[in-house]
Design a protein around this ligand. Structure first.
Ligand code: GLN
Length: 483
């Protein structure tokens, strides 16, 4: 039963094939069995069984929602009341959140069963899940390789069937990149579509939560619950939430797909390119036309992101000072020592690197040269997207330059690590939505196809992904040993 999608599980729960308690026990058992993947930081067994019992009662009364009784898990960046919320950091290893993130509240009121909190790169900074204080997560397709990051625990858990679905967050690719490397479906919504309240901030103008699932239909179900205005998040957008499943079956006849030529040049692994070409051909068969588009500013995305994101993170992470939250050093000599040592001991290497880059870029004398310039580039990138998306309906391209790389392979080379997000980062700078959809395999490892749409076109993206999943079975493949 753990091999089923949310939609199938919801049917099974209603037909009496199994109860939510049965399902929850089955997933808890698998989590134990595959503990070595290190996908979970915290397993909330007792609470899960309690919610499963409550869900079974609700199902019996007939006022259940699609997610009622479905065992899922939250990335450990979302605050969960009374439950450790670590954000993958030693800094928050002892932090019990005093309230729920809005997203968590929404899943709770839908009656979803939270199995636990998922591993992630420390403060969501990373592309391999190796910066986590709790250790690297393994990719179930090949346990010597990384699952991607920062939502690596989420992607590994869904791929290995340790949760029916999971939440992720994406600041520069952290939903799409791990989804691609683990062969699952991931959606980064338009900036502002999903509330960031209670989602520990990395770079506030880029962060966005979204679903990580087996297929597009499940992503639609999850997004339905996650999306919507929240008066506790001033950047959440007050627009009606459409019915994300309503248009899944729409025909793709006449769909105009643009391929950004900058996405298919040097640096893209040739096997990945060939896999994507086959996927795009499927879209031709479904009635789409394909043209080339150009986005000249894309090449500036990585340098601009690595000024803006660290600048914002250096401000956001200043609250972790040993006084208000989390880790405090032993026997501080005075206040300055308390600050310095608590931060020095509580943060990992990559987080410190980002804080240093950020404070440098924001300091007097460098602010104009780096921060303001990066903001100008961000504007150019947004204009590129606007122009390209006025010529075509969606754009398609790779999510990552290659398939999953080896654990340890890039961790000492930050620049190379940063380059693994070359196809995802610009989307966050522009704020548009994008998905990663399983599109085949190269050298035995999953390849993701990225579909990029216009602001608030999540329903269209889901439709386009769903239609592809009706004629392909990449999204149904299970890693060996996890069937
Ligand atoms: N890998 C990118 C970074 O480290 C993106 C991470 C993310 O999207 N949270 O910043």
């Amino acid at each position: 039963m753990y091999n089923k999608t949310i939609a199938e599980l919801a049917r099974g729960l209603r037909s009496g094939e199994f109860s939510s308690v049965d399902l929850t026990l089955a997933f808890l058992d698998r989590i134990k069995q595959h503990h070595s993947l290190n996908a979970y930081i915290t397993v909330t067994e007792e609470q899960a069984l309690q919610s499963a019992k409550a869900a079974d009662l609700r199902l019996a009364t007939g006022n259940a929602e699609l997610l009622t009784g479905i065992p899922m898990a939250q990335k450990d960046i979302f605050c969960t009341e009374g439950i450790k919320t670590s954000c993958g950091s030693k800094m928050l290893d002892n932090f019990i959140a005093p309230y729920n993130a809005t997203v968590v509240d929404k899943f709770n009121s839908a009656g979803a069963v939270m199995l636990g909190k998922l591993n992630m790169d420390e403060f969501a900074m990373g592309s391999s899940n190796e910066t986590s204080y709790y250790g690297a997560v393994k990719n179930p397709w090949d346990t010597h390789t990384v699952p991607g990051g920062s939502s690596g625990g989420s992607a590994a858990a869904v791929a290995a069937r340790l949760a029916a679905c999971a939440t992720g967050t994406d600041t520069g690719g952290s939903i799409r990149q791990p989804a691609a490397l683990c062969g699952i479906t991931g959606l980064k919504p338009t900036y502002g579509r999903v509330s960031r309240y209670g989602m520990i901030a990395y770079a506030s103008s880029l962060d966005q939560g979204g679903p990580m699932t087996r297929n597009a239909e499940d992503a639609a179900i999850m997004l339905q619950t996650m999306a919507g205005f929240d008066d506790k998040d001033s950047t959440s957008v007050d627009l009606p939430v459409p019915d994300y499943r309503a248009g899944l079956s729409n025909s793709l006849e006449g769909l105009k797909i643009g391929l950004p030529k900058e996405f298919f040049g040097e640096g893209l692994n040739s096997d990945v390119a060939a896999t994507l070409e086959a996927a795009i051909n499927e879209y031709r068969k479904l009635g789409a036309t394909v043209t080339e588009v150009s986005m000249p500013s894309l090449k500036l995305a990585i340098p601009a992101y690595y000024v803006i994101a660290p600048a914002e993170c250096s401000a956001n992470l200043s609250r972790f000072d040993g006084v208000r939250f989390g880790y405090r050093c032993e026997n501080p000599a005075d206040l300055a020592d308390l600050y310095t040592r608590s931060r020095g001991e509580g943060f990992g290497k990559e987080v410190k690197r980002r804080i240093l880059m950020g404070t440098y870029a924001l300091s007097a004398g460098y602010y104009d040269a780096y921060y303001i310039k990066a903001q100008k580039i961000r504007r150019l990138i947004s204009e590129d997207f606007k122009r390209a998306l006025s010529e075509v309906d969606v754009m398609m391209g790779p999510v990552t330059p290659s398939t999953a790389f080896g654990i340890g392979e890039k961790i000492d080379n930050p620049i190379e690590m940063y380059l693994s997000d070359i196809y995802t980062i610009a989307i966050n700078l522009a704020g548009v939505p994008a998905m990663s959809v399983p599109a085949g395999f190269a050298q035995g490892l999953p390849v993701g196809l990225q579909i990029i749409g216009n602001y608030f076109a999540e329903d269209r993206l889901l439709n386009i992904a769903h239609q592809y999943q009706q004629v392909t079975d990449w999204h149904t493949q299970t890693p060996k040993g996890f069937e």
